[in-house]
Design a binder for this molecule. Structure first.
Ligand code: CO
Length: 141
C-alpha cells in the first residue's frame, strides 16, 4: 500500500541553529523557512537525494507540536510520512485492519497542499505515521 518515504519530520527548538547544522556540518541542501500558520509550525525543508527532512518548530500559541517540544526540549523525530496513491482506500483498509486515524478520521490538507492523514502512534510501535496522497503521475522520477 505505502510507496515512497516522502519525508521525516524533526521538531527542533531553534530552527536557525538546526538549519545551520544541516547545511554546514552535514552538507545538505537546506531551504528557507516557511511559516505555515494553519498548521502552527514554521518549517525548513532539507532536500536529500532520496527523500527530504522537515525541520519544524512551533508557530503561534496553539501549535500542535508545542507539547512535543515541552516533552522533548532538545527536539526529536516527530513523524515519518509515506506516500499512498489513494488516501481514502488506504484509510478504509487501515481502519478495517484495526488501526486508528487521528482526529475525525477525515483527510486534511497537509504542509505540501496534498491530502494527509495521521495514524495513531500506539498502533505503529510508538511512531507517528503520516500518509500523504501523491497521485502516481505526480511522483517525480
Ligand atoms: Co509531515
Amino acid at each position: 500500500m505505502i510507496g515512497r518515504l516522502n519525508h521525516v519530520a524533526v521538531v527542533v527548538p531553534d530552527l536557525g541553529a538546526a538549519a545551520a547544522k544541516y547545511r554546514n556540518l552535514l552538507g545538505a541542501e537546506v531551504h528557507h523557512p516557511h511559516d505555515l500558520p494553519e498548521h502552527g509550525v514554521t518549517v525548513i525543508f532539507v532536500t536529500l537525494d532520496n527523500t527530504k527532512l522537515e525541520l519544524m518548530t512551533p508557530l503561534g500559541d496553539n501549535s500542535p507540536i508545542a507539547k512535543f517540544l515541552a516533552d522533548h526540549p532538545q527536539g526529536g523525530m516527530h513523524h515519518i510520512c509515506f506516500e499512498v496513491p489513494d488516501l481514502a482506500h488506504a484509510a478504509r483498509t487501515l481502519v478495517a485492519g484495526g488501526a486508528r486515524i487521528l482526529g475525525d478520521g477525515e483527510p486534511r490538507t497537509g504542509a505540501h497542499g496534498l491530502p494527509v492523514l495521521f495514524l495513531h502512534p500506539k498502533d505503529f510501535d510508538g511512531t507517528l505515521i503520516e500518509l500523504e496522497e501523491v497521485k502516481p503521475e505526480l511522483q517525480p522520477g
